[in-house]
Design a protein around this ligand. Structure first.
Ligand code: GLU
Length: 495
């Protein structure tokens, strides 16, 4: 294979959404798989809608995901001379012509065609047949004009071989002479995109099926510019459960990459999930390391049918696709502890809960605690929310276990401080000893040990569920445990 050069060319008119991130990921994987190059090109020719903020957001998003590029960012606006030069070349070679038809005229003709029920509602080719002299005359009069591509008058179909979808054909007669330069002299995206891909020596164009209507016309541009076609691979679209294309307008923040960073997702978990939206390895495997995915990825296993982003608005359990949550949990539970320690450190710092000793004398405690609590967590945020009681003495108590495990037994107001007394006088404060003390007291009080255990869990962690209570007790340590068990009056008073 010749050198693989792929590109990610976002239009900076919004944040990086997961559809765009998936395109970037597939291109990145393809480049890495074939030891090729990924080029980042910012297609900023729509000056009204392009913003600096969006460019920064896209770059930040790619960096956060770990999708690095080899060239760029190039900015399309910096190459307008190339775009104009190409348009002129097409004019000179007879592949394009000036069209003086006004908007009103075109509109009128379109309406007539619709009224007459004629199928062809595209451009009727009026100016295609102007001779050079007429054209010069109109230009001399200063009449505004656009430049249209002259679709060859051929029988049969135009085709290209798509790496995902196979041969794509379209009858020449169905393609109207399309505009490549506006009346204000600005080349259209369709042309700029091809000119830039040629200059950047792009070998493979991997993009969404929503660009296929452009592709047929772009194939004609390649031919007219005398350049060999790159390989096209059109990826399936990503739809929601109602089969609508995902977009910020209809889905909100949940489709932006930023959202996942802010919600405490792990970047590779997001990539792993995105790659399964429209690609599969041909086996049941769903978890892939970076290296594995680079090794396994191929365009031929890309799905032809649209993929579904399984998100149910309004359902907190499905605040995003459950598969993404499950993949994130998997990485959270299995990743290297030191690495996790760094990520949680950032979360703790933001909440002002970071203790420098966690990097020094209490390092072992810190990592062991993360290891113990991560089993039930979904995102990095959980370490400072549901896991807050391990790092702070102020934390909220979930009303559900509060009612069920504490308020239901008012005698706990004296039982828990009693337990604290016994814990204080233990010689060794470990799981076995604290458990036997707890069972002994329950026996004496003639209550089920579960009453004390559930109450302790509620008081010590604020949560309904979690790791084994005696592991929690030893992790928190005697001082914290006894203090918390003694100071419970406020919990009974609050209601
Ligand atoms: N700028 C286009 C977009 O953001 C990309 C087109 C392409 O991949 O060729 O949709």
């Amino acid at each position: 294979m010749e050198e693989v050069r792929v590109r990610f060319p976002p239009s900076p008119t919004g944040y990086l959404h997961i559809g765009g991130a998936r395109t970037a990921l597939f291109n990145w994987l393809f480049a890495r798989r074939h030891h090729g190059k990924l080029i980042l090109r910012i297609e900023d020719t729509d000056e009204e809608r392009s913003t600096r903020e969006s460019i920064d957001g896209i770059i930040d998003g790619l960096q956060w995901l770990g999708l690095d590029w080899d060239e760029g960012p190039y900015f399309q606006t910096e190459y307008s001379a190339d775009h104009i030069e190409a348009a002129n070349r097409l004019l000179d070679s007879g592949h394009a012509y000036a069209c003086f038809c006004t908007k009103e005229e075109l509109e009128r003709k379109r309406e007539e065609a619709v009224r007459a029920n004629r199928r062809e509602s595209g451009y009727d080719g009026t100016c295609r047949h102007l001779n050079a002299e007429d054209t010069r005359e109109k230009q001399a009069q200063g009449l505004p004009f656009v430049i249209r591509f002259k679709v060859p008058e051929r029988q049969g179909t135009l085709f290209y071989d798509d790496e995902v979808l196979g041969r794509i054909e379209r009858a020449y007669t169905e393609i109207e002479d399309f505009v490549i330069v506006r009346s204000n002299g600005k080349p259209l995206y369709l042309l700029c995109n091809v000119v830039d891909d040629i200059r950047d020596r792009i070998s493979h164009i991997i993009r969404g099926q929503d660009h296929m209507t452009n592709t047929t016309r772009q194939v004609l541009l390649y031919e007219a510019l005398g350049v060999k076609l790159p390989v096209f691979a059109h990826m399936p679209l990503t739809l929601d459960l109602q089969k609508r294309k995902i977009s910020k307008r209809s889905h909100g923040e949940v489709v932006s990459v930023q959202f996942y960073r802010d919600q405490g997702f792990l970047p590779w978990a997001v990539c792993n999930f995105l790659c399964l939206l429209g690609w599969n390895p041909g086996t049941d495997q769903e978890i892939f390391s970076r290296e594995e995915l680079i090794e396994t990825f191929s365009l031929s296993r890309m799905s032809r049918v649209n993929s579904v982003f399984n998100y149910k608005p309004g359902d907190p359990k499905f605040f995003t696709d459950p598969k993404l949550i499950a993949i994130n949990e998997h990485y959270l539970r299995t990743m290297d502890l030191d690495e996790l320690g760094e990520l949680v450190r950032r979360e703790l710092e933001v909440e002002d809960l970071w203790d420098p000793a966690y990097a020094g004398g209490r390092r072992a405690w810190y990592l062991a605690t993360l290891d113990m609590i991560r089993d039930r967590f979904h995102t990095l945020k959980d370490f400072t929310t549901i896991g807050r009681a391990y790092f702070a003495d102020t934390y909220a108590v979930d009303p559900k276990p509060l009612a069920k495990n504490l308020l239901k037994y008012p005698d706990l107001k004296t039982w828990l401080p009693q337990l604290a007394e016994r814990f204080s006088s233990l010689e060794e404060f470990d799981a076995a000893k604290t458990e036997s003390v707890c069972r002994q007291l329950a026996d004496e009080l003639q209550i089920k040990p579960g009453v004390l255990i559930n109450a302790m869990r509620t008081v010590l962690t604020g949560q309904l569920a979690g790791p084994s209570i005696f592991d929690i007790i030893t992790t928190l340590g005697r001082d914290r445990v006894t203090t918390r068990l003694r100071h419970i009056d406020h919990l009974f008073e609050a209601t």
